[in-house]
Design a protein. Structure first.
Length: 478
């Protein structure tokens, strides 16, 4: 069944922006567009909830995230003020309490100098000291790969015992096959100088912000407030076709589907936060063959999230455990109750184990029981065994968890970006849109920046280009 959108051109009307995707970037833009009164808005989100990979859901009597998420203290002041006002009493400010398993020893994360003195493996410490001296005496060529950039800046010891084993699990690739840009975007302490600075003054001071109903509450309150200001938040509707509009006064027509129902929406602007590869596939007339080929040449790392419910109030006091070591398959284990310092529900807690993988591989295809057994095996190997058999297990699968920057990825990505930029009144932004490694506060900054570029005379491309340069400086904070 198809029904036309009811909007029609009218005299002196505001431009209509259709936002594709209801993650932080999409919801943030919908809110800011309506608050500033710059446009009318329809936001299309294929899922029945907002948040995307930064969303939350209820299971086991508590709110859970898609992995370990927190809002960092480096969030822009304007954005932080908005989030605080929207969340009210559901907004909390906490000290981080994570830890890393390194060569059989647990180190506090963010790393504390005293922890290094008391707990760091002596062989590792000697190797690090030697690498620091050699780095001073002889500056190595960074090269162009993930491996060469980190080895030149952090030395053999840190790379071989921490970053390289972790990257093999996280990306499923050898470090030499990944682009050096991956190192610069994913490794905050990418040099000895930055590492020492981080030890003395952790990013955000070792603190974070979190929400009573999970991390996804950020996207939810943005969507709720956007709706109150007149935005249409169309949940369950996924864009399936984007064509040049034949409706007078509009630039684009978007066809969206929800089950067997179909609707068409006319837009002056499309702001797309969905994967740029998907946008290329649904746009008509079709992108040139070279662009479609480029869309096949960049890809994502998938993730299986295994949630196990335990019959205890608390597993540990740690919010997130990190596992760079190769003898366990899990990369990170979080306990959501600890993020907001919650004591409810009594008698149970849930752990979230993160398993990077590829769609269709062994991990992706595991049953709930097999995943629970893997979590039990990994935690036992790491010296923190489960206190009891799980009373329930739940799995969520993310097909596009992280962009993968393989060597040479820049060329096909540039072809896609150039194509998108050549389309009138189409703006591509956000983590999935720009194929970028970033945090939620970066995605929200992109949303606010986009709204800043929309003027009475149209979209200021030159100003947006300036913002794009700022986006390039964003580095993921863990």
């Amino acid at each position: 069944m198809e029904r036309p959108d009811q909007r029609r051109p009218r005299v002196s009307r505001l431009p209509h922006v259709v936002v594709l995707g209801g993650g932080p970037a999409g919801c943030g833009a919908a809110f800011q567009l309506r608050r500033t009164g710059k446009a009318t808005v329809t936001l299309l989100e294929r899922q029945t909830v907002v948040g995307g990979n930064a969303g939350s859901f209820e299971w086991g009597g508590q709110w859970l995230d898609y992995g370990s998420h927190r809002l960092h203290h480096t969030v822009a002041p304007e954005i932080l003020t908005d989030i605080k006002q929207m969340l009210g009493a559901d907004f909390g400010d906490f000290d981080r309490h994570g830890r890393i398993r390194l060569r059989g020893q647990w180190l506090h994360f963010p790393i504390k100098p005293v922890d290094l003195l008391l707990r760091l493996d002596k062989g590792f410490a000697i190797g690090m000291a030697r690498d620091m001296v050699m780095r001073k005496l002889r500056k190595a060529d960074e090269g162009t790969t993930f491996a060469s950039v980190l080895r030149a800046n952090l030395g053999h010891t840190m790379c071989e015992h921490f970053y390289f084993p972790y990257s093999r699990k996280l990306w499923g690739k050898e470090p030499e096959t990944l682009s050096g840009i991956q190192a610069r975007k994913r490794v905050t302490a990418g040099s000895f100088g930055k590492l020492i600075k981080r030890l003395l003054k952790p990013v955000g001071g070792g603190k974070y912000y979190y929400m009573r109903k999970g991390y996804g509450q950020i996207s939810q309150v943005y969507a709720d407030h956007a709706a109150k200001l007149g935005a249409e938040i169309a949940l369950g509707w996924g864009a399936v076709k984007v064509t040049r509009s034949t409706e007078p006064g509009y630039t684009w027509t978007i066809t969206a589907e929800q089950g067997t129902e179909r609707r068409v929406i006319h837009a002056d602007h499309i702001w797309s936060t969905i994967p740029i590869t998907l946008l290329a596939k649904i746009t008509e007339p079709a992108a040139p063959a070279a662009v479609m080929t480029a869309a096949q040449q960049i890809g994502y790392r998938a993730m299986v999230l295994a949630y196990v419910q335990l019959p205890v109030d608390q597993y540990t006091t740690t919010d997130a455990h990190y596992f760079p070591e190769a003898n366990v398959r899990v990369t990170r284990l979080s306990e959501p109750k600890n993020y907001f310092r919650s004591t409810a529900p009594k008698g149970t807690t849930v752990l979230c184990a993160e398993y990077p993988c590829q769609v269709g591989d062994e991990i992706w295809s595991m049953s709930d029981d097999e995943l629970a057994a893997l979590v039990a095996k990994d935690t036992a190997t790491a010296g923190i065994p489960l206190p009891a058999k799980p009373i329930a297990v739940h799995a969520r699968r993310l097909a596009q968890a992280y962009p993968t920057y393989q060597m040479g990825y820049e060329k096909p990505l540039a072809a896609l970006d150039q194509w998108a930029g050549s389309q009138p009144n189409i703006l591509v932004y956000g983590r999935q849109g720009l194929f970028a490694h970033d945090n939620t506060h970066h995605a929200l900054f992109m949303a606010y920046s986009a709204v800043d570029c929309l003027t009475n005379s149209g979209f200021d491309d030159a100003k947006w280009a300036g913002y794009r340069e700022i986006f390039k400086s964003h580095v993921v904070e863990d």
